[in-house]
Design a protein around this ligand. Structure first.
Ligand code: ATP
Length: 465
């Protein structure tokens, strides 16, 4: 009886085992099917993602085409409000309608007493910093897409250039100018794109005064400052990773301008200042490298700029340019207002040619690296074989300009723009305690040439009416 019972139990167990095995097999097949399906879904998703990337890329292209079709130089006009205490004064601005601005003119400027000028945009005295910036925002995206961008502020002394670019002396969130907003946007967009493109951002800040250029970001304070996360291997191009880094540097730059100024207001109206933001982006899938830079320029007062020189052009067709032209509403400024508006209207007709993105594919990047390595090897070989010309008293900087070894500029803080073209300029007398390090000299010179070229281009447009 017992043996029979055990036999039955064994049979039952065998049956259960068989059923369990079949169940397992079924589950395995099912699991395999699921895995296959998942694979197919994943494949589909990857395909859709790459399609999405293509659409994004296409969108960027179309967006930039629209920008380009609007013209390479865009001109926005902004009217400064009356200053406190002048509120009820008579304004020379009669009407602002879309991009048109009508000025009440004394009889000598126009028979009918009114003159209308057309621009891409015109902002009245009550336009907020936010509204003014909203029309500039598209250019910021362009920088991140590998385009060069120039934003200029032009206008007579006291017409609001610094207000537009930086803001008033006492800054609040609402009164922040284009510079701050542009950089804050730049970091925001680069953060949004971080899964597809990795960006490096660095800034430079220079001032041009009496045709001499000064690096506003070369100070011991920057070099020794590490708690802000600002690491400065080469002081005139400072890597930044957040808006607060940039605000810190901009404040420092402003302070450095003030350090050497005997009369700050007079000086700011005579000097040009330029904040340049360099952006390098690497596409994480394709390895393509994008390089864009943005010049944010606060020009000297238009009445101070020498309009008599006509000088070689160097603006080139690579940059998207926006000029903010500023006017004051006071009747006693009417002469400069008309002259400024006429100049600005002429600028808006300038065609620089379509801007191009600075984009290197992974292959080009590799080839460039090879060229750089070969050049370095060649330079080493030349050094080993002993080149008397190089080892004696002169060499050439990266511009091909001959420089003397051991001879220093008249004052270490300043480099004369004129020196590059051969003519010597006197250094400024009220120079502060800043210094330019030797290894940044040629870069600064190139920058000053580039920047001076832009100013020349604009001032050459301002010659006789
Ligand atoms: N849109 C504005 N709203 C309110 N105040 C303004 C505006 N624009 C300019 N101001 C004020 O007008 C004064 C002159 O402006 P600002 O210093 O910006 O002129 P500027 O053209 O840069 O002069 P400069 O050529 O001397 O550097 C400042 O007190 C500034 O705060």
């Amino acid at each position: 009886m017992l043996v029979e019972q055990q036999h039955r139990d064994v049979q039952e167990l065998k049956h259960t085992l068989h059923t369990a095995k079949a169940g397992m097999q079924f589950l395995q097949t099912k699991y395999q099917e699921e895995v296959n399906n998942l694979g197919k879904h994943l494949h589909g998703l990857a395909h859709a993602a790459s399609g999405y990337q293509k659409v994004l890329e296409e969108n960027r292209k179309l967006y930039n085409q629209v920008q380009d079709l609007k013209g390479s130089i865009r001109v926005y006009c902004r009217v400064r409000p009356f200053l406190p205490g002048q509120e009820n004064s008579f304004s020379t601005v009669d009407r602002i309608d879309e991009g048109k601005i009508t000025i009440l003119t004394p009889s000598k400027y126009g028979k009918e007493g009114r003159k209308t000028f057309s621009f891409n945009k015109a902002f009245g005295p009550s336009a907020t910093q936010e509204v003014v910036f909203s029309d500039t925002q598209p250019l910021i995206r362009s920088v991140l897409d590998g385009y060069n961008v120039c934003i200029f502020a032009y206008g007579q002394t006291g017409s609001g250039k610094t207000y537009t670019m930086t803001g008033p002396r006492e800054l609040t969130e609402e009164s922040l100018g284009v510079n701050y907003r542009a950089l804050s946007d730049l970091f925001l967009i680069s953060e949004q794109r971080k899964n597809t493109i990795s960006y490096d951002v660095s800034v430079q800040m220079i001032e041009i005064y009496n045709e001499q250029v000064r690096d506003l970001l070369v100070t011991d304070e920057i070099r020794n400052n590490s708690q802000n996360g600002i690491n400065v291997p080469d002081a005139n191009l400072v890597p930044v990773s957040s808006t607060s880094d940039v605000i810190y540097l901009m404040n420092l730059g402003q302070k450095n301008r003030a350090v050497s100024a005997t009369a700050m207001n007079d000086r700011s109206s005579r000097s040009h200042s330029c904040l340049t933001v360099h952006v390098q982006g690497r596409d994480l899938t394709s390895g393509t490298v994008l390089r864009g830079c943005m010049h944010l320029v606060d020009l000297a007062g238009s009445e101070r700029v020498d309009k008599s020189e006509l000088l070689q052009d160097s603006l080139g067709g690579q940059a998207k340019t926006l000029m903010f032209v500023h006017i004051s509403p006071e009747p006693d400024a009417i002469g400069e207002t008309i002259s400024t508006l006429k100049f600005a209207e002429r600028v808006s007709t300038v065609e620089l040619g379509a801007a191009r993105a600075n984009k290197d594919s992974a292959d080009i990047k590799e080839l460039k690296e090879q060229i750089a390595n070969l050049k370095a090897a060649l330079a080493r070989k030349e050094g080993e074989s002993g080149n008397p010309q190089l080892s004696r008293s002169s060499s050439r900087d990266t511009n091909g300009t001959k420089t003397s070894v051991g001879s220093s500029p008249p004052h270490p803080s300043w480099q004369s723009v004129g020196d590059i073209s051969g003519s010597r300029r006197q250094p400024m007398e009220d120079v502060g305690n800043l210094e330019v390090r030797n290894n940044s000299t040629s870069k600064l010179r190139r920058k000053s040439l580039e920047f001076q070229g832009l100013i020349n281009e604009f001032t050459s447009l301002a010659t006789p009416w």
